[in-house]
Design a protein around this ligand. Structure first.
Ligand code: SAM
Ligand code: SF4
Length: 474
């Protein structure tokens, strides 16, 4: 159901800027959290109600290890209660790094003369996808700089090309996009190619800070970027991903900005963002970030837990920008998707000569260079259920995280069985060494805790996977 301002007799906020820095700072500066209030807010979230801006400010302001631990414990509990132990896996695929913008923090910025510019040809793109499929990937996010070469038609073309690459049992079943904001027509063109989520990160929600970091090109227009996902919604893309680049400005402001953005999309389109990303700045060529806003590990861990509690039904994405130890800890606080086997250098999935990371070819340096197999192995050891599920999007169940959260039994009926089926496929086609045994044990353990009738149907499908059938889902 679309927003209808006349029916509700409230002003139409669609495609209107919605961030009021003064309002956000007032909330941060005036909300004084005491222990009881923090506990009330956590309890509200555990009761599956999403938090207001003011309640989010209570958590943001809760200082001292005791309170931070309670917030993290709350997030851990909410994750278990609502989502269980599934972790969805994906890989980023950089298609081209040409860029007209001059974002101070990014290796692809136009003023970086050291950057080796490259756009994958169709054949190179196909080779990359084959290499990713051979590792067992099923979900990709295609990443592009902002450049006239990367028109909506070009993006749509690359999406279709990716879907068409099938090697053995390998195929990509969901292609998400991280690219520049488009106009409504442009978003429509990209939607028609069959994308999953369209991500645009605001980088910083603070308009002055935004101006300071974005020196040239179209990206310097804060409002154009802020309203980009409204235009995506208008074009019919109801799976959108928001994000902030932590380290550009005060992390507390960015958390409030992300929650405000969520409110805005919910109020206008009846569906919040599908995912929230919270990258921290990593080293890039000639990067001299202002250390003033560097987000310390402890603040980072706390902010992930706060986001989990504030928007309980939105997917949280944690990338290989973070080191394995941080990933391992933060996963507990409600992250639902991670990348595995990530390589950022353009063309490097197929061309493994370039094992050495070369900053001149990369947007930034990652901190988790483990293979997908290694990431899966650790997830299994830590009692998670790795998932490559793409079912909801292909069944037209978009806004899936809302459903997971609000439809009773949804996770039991759909998500867990689908995670099991995609893990079974992974083990059969790509599993190696001890991971195979660990994988089947994890499947058995999860089947044992399912309702018998659902477990029986899932077992029957696993049997079919073992005899060669693929892509079975609920
Ligand atoms: N060019 C498009 C844009 O700017 O939206 C999309 C792709 S950009 C390559 C993807 C994201 O990478 C950016 O939105 C930004 O948040 C992040 N990023 C840029 N520089 C980074 C750095 N040095 N460390 C970590 N993340 C960075
Ligand atoms: Fe270009 Fe995006 Fe990098 Fe900015 S963040 S320089 S827009 S690739």
């Amino acid at each position: 159901m679309r927003f209808n301002p006349e029916k509700l007799s409230i002003p139409d906020q669609r495609m209107q800027p919605f961030i009021d820095p003064e309002e956000i700072w007032n909330l941060i500066n005036t909300t004084k959290p005491d222990k009881l209030r923090v506990r009330d807010v956590i309890a509200k979230s555990l009761d599956k109600q999403r938090l207001t801006m003011e309640e989010t400010a209570v958590l943001v302001n809760a200082v001292g290890t005791g309170l931070a631990d309670e917030i993290k414990q709350g997030a851990r509990e909410l994750k278990q209660r609502v989502y269980g132990n599934r972790i969805v896996l994906f890989a980023p695929l950089y298609v081209g790094n040409r860029c007209i913008n001059n974002c101070k923090y990014c290796g692809f910025r136009t003023s970086n003369e050291k950057a080796i510019r490259k756009t994958l040809t169709d054949n190179e793109l196909i080779e990359e996808v084959v290499a990713l499929e051979e590792n067992g990937q099923k979900r990709l996010i295609l990443v592009y700089g902002e450049h006239p070469d990367y028109s909506p038609e070009f993006i749509a073309h690359s999406v279709k090309l990716v879907y068409g690459v099938k090697k053995g049992n390998g195929e990509i079943r969901r292609v998400n996009i991280n690219a520049a904001p488009l106009d409504i027509e442009g978003f429509r063109t990209v939607k028609e190619s069959g994308i999953g989520t369209y991500q645009v990160f605001q980088e910083t929600y603070h308009p002055e800070a935004y101006k300071w970091y974005h020196l040239g090109g179209k990206k310097k227009d804060y409002d154009w970027r802020l309203t980009s996902l409204d235009r995506a919604q208008e074009a019919g893309i109801d799976d959108v991903g928001i994000g902030a680049l932590f380290g550009l400005y005060d992390w507390r402001f960015e958390v409030m900005g992300l929650v405000r953005h969520t409110n805005h999309l919910e109020a206008c389109y009846n569906v919040g963002p599908h995912t929230i990303s919270f990258p921290r700045i990593k080293d890039a060529v000639d990067l001299n970030p202002d250390k003033k806003y560097e987000t310390a590990d402890d603040d980072f861990k706390k902010l992930v837990a706060i986001l989990r509690l504030a928007v309980p039904y939105t997917g949280l994405i944690l990338t290989a920008r973070e080191a394995p130890e941080i990933r391992k800890e933060v996963l507990q606080y409600g992250v639902s998707q991670i990348d595995g086997g990530t390589k950022l250098e353009i063309g490097s999935y197929a061309d493994s000569k370039s094992e050495e990371q070369n900053l001149n070819r990369e947007q930034f340096r990652i901190s988790d260079a483990r293979t997908l197999a290694e990431v899966i192995d650790e997830l299994l050891s830590d009692d998670y259920l790795p998932s490559f599920c793409t079912s909801c999007y292909r069944m037209g169940r978009t806004g899936e995280h809302f459903m997971e959260f609000s439809v009773p039994g949804f996770i039991k009926r759909f998500c867990t069985p689908n995670a099991i089926l995609t893990l079974a496929e992974y083990i059969c086609d790509y599993g190696q060494g001890v991971t195979v045994e660990k994988g089947w044990l994890a499947i058995e353990k999860n089947l044992a805790s399912m309702e018998p009738d659902i477990a029986a149907v899932t077992r029957e499908k696993i049997g079919r996977i073992k005899t060669g059938e693929r892509d079975l889902y609920f």
